[in-house]
Design a protein around this ligand. Structure first.
Ligand SMILES: Cc1cc2nc3c(=O)[nH]c(=O)nc-3n(C[C@H](O)[C@H](O)[C@H](O)COP(=O)(O)O)c2cc1C
Length: 324
């Protein structure tokens, strides 16, 4: 197996998957700022196996992004095996399985975090993916815990935890685990549970990437210190500030990092918009609206700029508004 995970320099700073955000243009921007591993948006195993053109387009990547891991979701082992094989043929460096998504449309079809309720079933899916590839590594993304069905959500004894899942897959050749230290019940808010991440790091032999609530270089260092993880996964913290990858690396190496000026943000927003236009055509600029709003967040006149940027249709629109 060509396990790229084992060859990465630690700590690994990864771009975590975000549906609707981590498209090719944004991934390239993050790579430029030093992201060590890049995850795609999640893709349906069924869609991949049935040759859905939109899904293939969504996960298409530039060789310059490597190592790129494609994340998949679904509930049928046969589909996992086939989808993993397709991804290997497409040239991905790894395949990741989503056991963390709380979105209704995924959970309602028996995928995402709901699978964590049945660790044995998760192991079957992971095994199918491992058997579907010849030489690329398989990884998983999990949450701290999920309550069992119809139970008292406040009673910790009624939860399936990340440790239960890691125990169930320990006999399989899983190369890495990204753990989001929040439960299904508190999907995106509140404290990240660093205890459970530390326990997973002790229990799992492969690479452990800690995720949840990292917005600053100091957050990243604290996460690494408290969990002993091999790296961190960045999600909302890099929306509108992809330079966080560089800041974290600088801070870990020297204890200091530089802030990015408004001029630098503007240049980056333009470069990102041009990449979006190149990869997705005119629709790429429409999809850039949210990124542009994130780029101007916290700057003087942010509200006025945002009101204009959420209506852009062309690269020229972006240039004109940012030049004002
Ligand atoms: C808009 C959005 C889309 C996401 N999509 C995915 C996804 O496709 N797969 C996945 O495993 N996690 C997904 N996540 C979860 C993130 O990868 C991450 O685990 C979570 O946001 C916690 O990290 P943070 O606190 O740094 O944002 C998504 C999160 C957001 C905000």
């Amino acid at each position: 197996m060509t396990n790229f995970w084992a060859e990465l320099k630690k700590p690994i700073i990864a771009l975590a998957p975000m549906a609707g955000v981590t498209d090719a243009a944004f991934r390239l921007v993050c790579k430029d700022f030093g992201a060590d591993v890049i995850y795609t948006e999640f893709a349906s195993t069924n869609a991949l196996v049935h040759g859905n053109e939109a899904t293939r387009k969504m996960i298409a990547f530039d060789p310059g992004e490597q190592p790129v891991v494609c994340q998949i979701f679904g509930s049928d082992p046969e589909m996992y095996g086939k989808a993993a094989g397709i991804l290997e043929e497409m040239g991905f460096a790894g395949v990741d399985i989503n056991f963390g998504c709380p979105a209704y449309k995924v959970v309602a079809h028996g995928g995402g975090v709901s699978l964590m309720r049945d660790p044995k079933r998760c192991a079957e899916l992971v095994q199918a993916a491992c058997e579907g590839v010849k030489s690329i590594p398989v990884s998983i993304k999990i949450r701290a815990s999920i309550c069992k069905e119809n139970c008292d959500r406040k009673d910790p004894a009624n939860h399936v935890t990340a440790l239960d899942l890691v125990d169930a897959i320990k006999h399989l050749s899983v190369a890495a685990v990204m753990i989001h230290g929040r439960s299904y019940e508190k999907p995106f808010d509140g404290e990240t549970n660093t205890d459970v991440i530390r326990q997973v790091k002790r229990a799992f032999k492969g690479i452990v990437i800690a995720n949840g609530g990292i917005y600053t270089p100091e957050d990243a260092k604290r996460m690494l210190d408290e969990t002993g993880a091999d790296g961190v996964g960045l999600a909302r913290g890099v929306r509108g500030s992809p330079w966080l990858f560089k800041q974290i690396k600088d801070y870990l190496a020297t204890g200091a990092y530089k802030e990015f000026s408004w001029e630098e943000r503007k240049q980056l927003a333009l470069k990102h918009s041009a990449a979006a236009l190149k990869t997705k055509g005119g629709w790429g600029i429409v999809e850039m609206r949210k990124h542009l709003a994130w780029y101007v967040h916290g700057t003087p006149h942010a509200a006025r700029l945002r009101a204009q940027l959420v209506r852009v249709k062309t690269l020229k629109d972006v240039e004109t508004i940012l030049a004002e």
